[in-house]
Design a protein around this ligand. Sequence first.
Ligand SMILES: NC(=O)c1ccc[n+]([C@@H]2O[C@H](COP(=O)([O-])OP(=O)(O)OC[C@H]3O[C@@H](n4cnc5c(N)ncnc54)[C@H](O)[C@@H]3O)[C@@H](O)[C@H]2O)c1
Length: 431
Amino acid sequence: MHEAAGFYENEAWTAGIVGLGYIGLPLALAACRSGLDVIGFDIDEAYIERLNDGESVIEDVSDAELRSALASRLELTADAGRLREADAIFICVPSPLGRNREPDLSYIRSAVEVVRRVAHPRMLVSLESTTYPGTTEEIVVPAVLDGRLRLDEDVWVAFSPERVSPGDQLATADIPKLVGGVTEQSTAVAAAAYRRIIASVHPVSSAAVAEMAKLLENTYRAVNIGLANEMSQLAHALGLDIWEVIDAAATKPFGFQPFYPGPGVGGHCIPLDPQFLAWRAREAKFATRFIDLAEEVNLSQPIYTARRVMSLINQQRLPVYGTEVLGVGISYKANIADDRESASLEVLHELEAQGAVISVLDPVVGEERIEAHGFTAVSMDGDLSGFAIVVVLTDHDVIDYAAIADAGPIVFDARGAYRRRGIARGNVVAL
Ligand SMILES: NC(=O)c1ccc[n+]([C@@H]2O[C@H](COP(=O)([O-])OP(=O)(O)OC[C@H]3O[C@@H](n4cnc5c(N)ncnc54)[C@H](O)[C@@H]3O)[C@@H](O)[C@H]2O)c1
């Protein structure tokens, strides 16, 4: 084993984390749990203060765990200079799309600039932010070397995608980690470092392979969700229940993995990641037809969902204009409070644009965020009988679906929430 790999596998070393959001904070805590000292850096000073007060806003990290880590191995700071003490730096900053759905690498570039200033001999740098194949090689390596450090002699650089799914049961340390270095030695050193934190590490031959593997995983999901969404539209046209069709197909013990339709795709991964690949493909003059088709179907699904709701309002001989609609669930997926890039919100905004009066029930996202979107917040104890229709857009487990249907109005279930919970009511219409 290379001496540096031995160091990261066996010695006490300090991990530096750049960006402490949904990905960085759980990674910092996982590193603490495995006995490493951790310096977490974030540019948002107010956020750092909040974290240092022991208040976690990330569902997967409890206040109690944050506080106990802060009392022992974890230091959180807005002072980038503290990262000089780190032996390995993990970059976990956002990588959104720009206005024209092109990769916006500005956060990665600014994080890499931070690393450039603190890089020193015997340092491993691993990029975790999702990005297109070639980013680590083209952007991270030159900045880290900065004309003064040598690859494999002084520093090692790798890409290791984050695969965590917020709100799901699998913790960072339990999800197999892909690790691809920009050199063979970088792969070996980075894999050794990750083995200290993550139960299962899968080295690959280059950073670009790891970059593309992450994008393939989420493109696979986007394409299959697109297929499920298109099938839901077809089943409706044929007068069939798509949920029953999928459940029937899923009894096949091989060759079929169920994906389910919904009001559209949301979050910061599934709608975005295929676009990183499509953007890189265009540079290589390669057309990504599956990505484009899935994008077309998935982007149209919120409008399709809103149309189905409007048609149900029409069937009650009501105009959409001025009709009271209750949206249930506005986060992009169940059981989390994150409402960024949420298709559920797109459906409600479309109904609002047609004149419907929107209220929202979402105890997970909470009143403050609901009102920030310009909607009236309603609680489970409120009177639901005045709504012409209830639209289930995100099916949090804490919601009492039977009580909603029993309160009277028609329910349009865009998530299969009733079927999945075995609740049968005559006034529930599924997507
Ligand atoms: N959230 C997910 O479900 C998920 C899953 C897999 C992969 N990812 C990827 O992980 C990366 C991070 O996503 P996230 O959800 O944790 O983002 P986030 O928005 O929750 O957190 C990012 C943090 O980085 C900080 N930051 C921004 N620029 C910085 C800089 N230059 N230096 C230091 N801190 C900086 C921000 O203040 C913020 O606190 C993205 O590339 C994302 O695509 C996210």
